[in-house]
Write a protein that binds this ligand. Structure first.
Ligand code: GTP
Ligand code: NA
Ligand code: MG
Length: 452
């Protein structure tokens, strides 16, 4: 069986898991970078994207991967922050990723964000493998840099092996409690009905050849059909971040998950009030193996094909929202595409009432997650928007009827200087945090205090 390599889309691989379980370090090891070291507080704040070419993968995987077996161009890895919801990653169909790597620290096992990630993978039906990370921290471990895991296991003492196995069986048990039949990946025949567990170390690289082999195999075998669609159609993507760039003003970091975008294309982007219709002035592509979040030397290109991370420079992007859809218009159906984008945004709209709190969040997905958490806690919402806390939010919060509602809840956002001033002078309280449940808890405590 042969396919035309030129017509296959790059699979999107999301890397998920609990805070500090090693997602960014794993990607650093694969792409040969040190993004993790540069992060404030060693915490990933924004979703990232890195295109890893087949040549890099086959080099790392060594004997385990024969590049001539594959006609996929490589993999597009999406790094996610463990501390907040992966639901910020949406696409038309639900899940942005074709497959996922669930990273679990073998010593820590299942943690709250592991569960959250599992629930999202279940809901979206995304196939995944488990990276049982940090095997090198097993007492008595004898590190085997970059080796396939079975080779490394041969070099371990019986004691170290049995300590590791205990942890691994616990992990397999936790997966089974979640309704997944899981096993060591080398015993798995059908990766669609069984979850493969790959013991590895992002630090020493042992087991990474195995992970890459499993990911390539999974993509090639099960994703072929999905990878063959829409390759030359109008581009469709999701905004990761809206960033100011010198010489360009506001730009969009986008994951393009379908089709093609070209310089000069008309695009429609979800904006704060209305869909924004604009024209692509420049397409800036990160180099292979570079993280779009930290890349400084973008290459200017005329077109980009899915799946890819790309920075789009265009006029009028100031009100674009992280998490919003981006769609290329080919032909003259601007109105139809605008309507589609409007409909997609409407689906994410939050129910508001006449009295309640003001909510600000960094992305559409996190706004949605906030709204769900507040709904569960029976906290009414007066207004909910994406963006930093601005003076007019303080004005709106001021109009709340009850004192307990004269509040702004900010998730992962900054406070603009003018708003700081307004907060100092008025009686509106601001709560901000980058963990949703903590934000809700802080507010609940405040309500209790007021009622005392
Ligand atoms: P968030 O983005 O904050 O959710 O964290 P993360 O999952 O990206 O984890 P990160 O890569 O920041 O790693 C957290 C810590 O674990 C860092 O200090 C890493 O050096 C360490 N670490 C990651 N992988 C390994 C591993 O395989 N072995 C050892 N010993 N340490 C590791
Ligand atoms: Na971290
Ligand atoms: Mg990280």
């Amino acid at each position: 069986e042969t396919f035309d390599a030129g017509s296959l889309r790059t699979p999107i691989v999301a890397v998920l898991g609990h805070v500090d379980h090693g997602k960014t370090t794993l990607l650093d090891r694969i792409r040969g970078s040190a993004v993790q070291e540069g992060e404030a507080g060693a915490i990933t704040q924004h979703i990232g994207a890195t295109a890893v070419p087949l040549s890099t993968i086959s080099e790392m995987a060594g004997a385990l991967v024969d590049p001539t077996d594959f006609d996929l161009p490589g993999l597009l890895f999406i790094d996610t922050p463990g501390h907040h919801s992966f639901s910020t990653l949406r696409s038309r169909g639900g899940a942005l990723a074709d497959i996922a790597v669930l990273v679990v620290d073998v010593n820590d096992g299942f943690q709250p964000q592991t569960e959250e990630a599992i629930n999202i993978l279940k809901r979206t039906g995304t196939p995944f493998v488990v990276a049982a990370n940090k095997v090198d921290t097993t007492p008595g471990w004898n590190p085997q840099n970059g080796q396939p895991i079975q080779q490394s296991l041969e070099q371990q003492s019986e004691r170290a092996t049995s300590r590791l196995n205990e942890n691994l069986y616990e992990l397999i048990g936790d997966l089974s409690d979640e309704g997944f039949s899981a096993d060591f990946y080398w015993r798995v025949q059908d990766f669609q009905s069984n979850i493969g567990v790959v013991p590895l170390s992002a630090m020493t690289g042992e087991g990474i050849p195995d992970l890459l082999t499993v990911l390539m195999g999974l993509s090639q075998r099960y994703m072929k059909e999905e990878m063959s669609v829409d390759v030359a159609g109008p581009g469709v993507g999701t905004v990761l971040e809206v960033k100011d760039e010198q010489g360009f003003g506001a730009t969009l970091d986008v994951v393009l998950y379908d089709g093609v975008v070209r310089e000069g294309d008309t695009v429609v982007v979800g904006g704060r009030d209305e869909p924004i219709v604009t024209e692509v002035r420049a397409l800036l592509q990160p180099r292979p193996n570079a993280e779009i979040r930290t890349e400084k030397r973008f290459e200017r290109v005329e077109e980009v094909r899915a799946a890819a991370g790309v920075k789009i420079a265009a006029p009028d992007l100031d009100d674009a929202m992280s998490g919003a859809p981006v769609r290329v218009v080919r032909g003259d159906d601007v109105d139809a595409v605008t309507e589609e984008v409007r409909k997609e945004l409407a689906k994410i709209e939050v129910d508001t009432t006449e009295d309640g709190v003001v909510v600000k969040a960094d992305t559409l997905g996190s706004l949605e997650a906030m709204a769900n958490a507040l709904d569960e806690a029976e906290i009414p919402i007066l207004r909910a928007e994406v963006g930093d806390v601005a003076p007019r939010d303080v004005t709106v919060a001021q109009t709340a009827k009850e004192d307990v509602h004269k509040v702004i809840l900010g998730f992962n956002v900054d406070v603009l200087p003018d708003a700081e001033e307004a907060l100092e002078h008025g009686d509106v309280r601001l709560f901000d945090d980058d963990v949703i449940y903590q934000l809700v808890e802080e507010y609940d405590e405040y309500v209790e205090e007021l009622e005392r």
